[in-house]
Ligand binder design. Structure first.
Ligand code: HAX
Length: 440
């Protein structure tokens, strides 16, 4: 058995036993109460699922297995001379809860190189789509097309024992993650560069090889990709892409189906697609104002006109966070360290000063601060990745790390089919009427 799989087996067997004891004693313990506002309001805050890789605090932001982003930047292995963490290390951490050694990360990097082979038909399926198909559509189609090689589906059809579900899910997860950069780069090159594809360079790590296959050279962009692929990887379980992956996987759909479902959720403008919407909004503003260096007053006027036309300001607000997103701050820090005098990055920073008070003044926005998507586009534009319709695919490649590591946990812990209860508005009215009778 490979060393990561062995470690995962040990950790998950122990947690499974612990959960059994915990539920034996505390199954009936109340952890939450649900009010009607939550039933009608997107289930905000309802504690209703277990998610091991990360947890989100409204003020401190995301912690991966207890570690903040600045801590991960210190602790996770890096390439020689590099300053940004390797996403391979984060995957290891999320899967088994331990910061890996450099040797372990090198091993994982090798594993993903060995598993990176993509079935020919996936390229054919992509080539059959109109070239102007949105990259996220191409991405979900490509992931689903690789399901033909699912180890879980094959072994399930042969009569897989329940106790082995995790093993087949682990195999699918490792294969799928290994393949994603090549698939994603293929989509980019066919859509924007006349199908002039670039062969993988397997001397590079997972993130740097992705950067290379996109066709954007330079060590700084590779560093940014490593950071980007690390910080977008997970945001606990309730966000739409994670929850969708979890829900689809709970039916024993394999990793390919589950991730493809999750990516469909990521493709919505209130979620991952916000990264393309942000840069689109910024460029539209600059075009409208006729300047690349707008004043704060000009930005404020444009924000107000966006709000007046009934649209949201993309990249701002969050369902859980109540402070600037540490993922935004991490990208700002990166830009301060690596990039000097970029007009579009300066606009992002000015927006950071101007937008929060304006959103706050509306009196209804619970979090006026920037989220992860407010910054990434400006850095990508700086490095020459200007095709913003592609940005959510980058997010998706990273998000796979978190949601698929949890999928391994869900199968190892034997989580059941997810099936919450819905009610109709008529039921709610009848419920309220009954409550009134009881209380009068
Ligand atoms: N601009 C304008 N209005 C906003 C707003 C924003 N950025 N954020 C919230 N609001 C509005 C909501 O639309 C809502 O208005 P109505 O009552 O009129 O419907 C009101 O403020 C209350 O919303 P909320 O409780 O503060 O926010 P929600 O939890 O409902 O929604 C969203 C969270 C992220 C969807 C929301 O803040 C938003 O639409 N932001 C812009 C899109 C965006 O950046 N999405 C990416 C989020 C991070 C992510 O998932 N990345 O992948």
């Amino acid at each position: 058995m490979d060393p990561l799989k062995q470690k995962f087996l040990e950790k998950s067997s122990k947690l499974k036993a612990d959960i059994k004891t915990l539920l034996k004693e505390h199954r009936g313990r109340k952890v939450d109460e649900v009010v009607l506002g939550q039933v009608f309001g997107g289930m905000r805050g309802v504690k209703s699922m277990i998610w091991e890789p990360s947890q989100l605090d409204p003020i401190d932001g995301i912690r991966f297995r207890g570690y903040s982003i600045p801590e991960l930047r210190e602790l996770l292995p890096k390439v020689e001379g590099g300053k940004e963490p390797l996403p391979e290390g984060l995957f290891w951490l999320m899967l088994v809860g331990e910061i890996p050694s450099e040797k372990e990360v090198k091993w994982l990097c090798e594993q993903w190189k060995n598993r990176a082979n993509i079935p020919d038909h996936t390229f054919k399926v992509l080539d059959a789509l109109p070239v102007n198909t949105h990259p996220m559509t191409q991405f979900t189609v490509a992931i689903a097309s690789m399901q033909t090689g699912s180890v879980f589906a094959r072994r399930y059809a042969e009569g897989l024992n329940k106790s082995e579900y995790w093993d087949a899910t682990y195999e699918d997860t490792m294969n799928l993650i290994a393949r994603l950069p090549r698939v994603a780069a293929y989509i980019y090159r066919r859509t924007y560069h006349n199908s002039k594809h670039i062969n993988p360079d397997f001397s590079l790590d997972w993130g740097a090889n992705f950067a290379h296959m996109l066709g954007i050279e330079g060590n700084d962009f590779k560093s940014f990709m490593r950071l980007y692929l690390t910080i977008h990887a997970d945001h606990e379980g309730g966000n739409a892409s994670a929850h969708t992956t979890h829900l689809v996987g709970s039916t024993l759909s394999d990793s390919y189906y589950a991730l493809s479902g999750g990516m469909n959720a990521l493709a919505g403008p209130l979620h991952g697609l916000a990264n393309q919407e942000v840069i689109k909004w910024i460029f539209r503003m600059l075009d409208t104002l006729g300047t690349r260096r707008p004043s704060k007053e000009q930005i404020a006027d444009y924000v107000n006109s966006t709000l007046a036309s009934g649209q949201v300001i993309p990249g701002y607000g969050h369902a859980v966070l109540r402070q600037p997103d540490p993922r935004f701050i991490a990208q700002k820090r990166f830009a301060e360290d690596y990039i000097h005098d970029s007009e579009v990055i300066n606009v992002v920073w000015k927006c950071f000063e101007v937008i929060p008070p304006l959103l706050d003044a509306l009196g209804k926005v619970k979090n006026p601060w920037p989220n992860v998507d407010a910054h990434s586009g400006a850095i990508l534009v700086h490095y020459g990745l200007t095709e913003y319709s592609y940005y959510t695919v980058l997010f998706g490649v990273s998000r796979a790390l978190g949601v698929l590591s949890q999928l391994c946990w869900s199968r190892a812990l034997g989580f059941p089919l997810e099936r919450p209860k819905s009610v109709t508005t008529k039921w709610v009215n009848e419920f309220l009427a009954k409550e009134e009778v009881v209380s009068s």
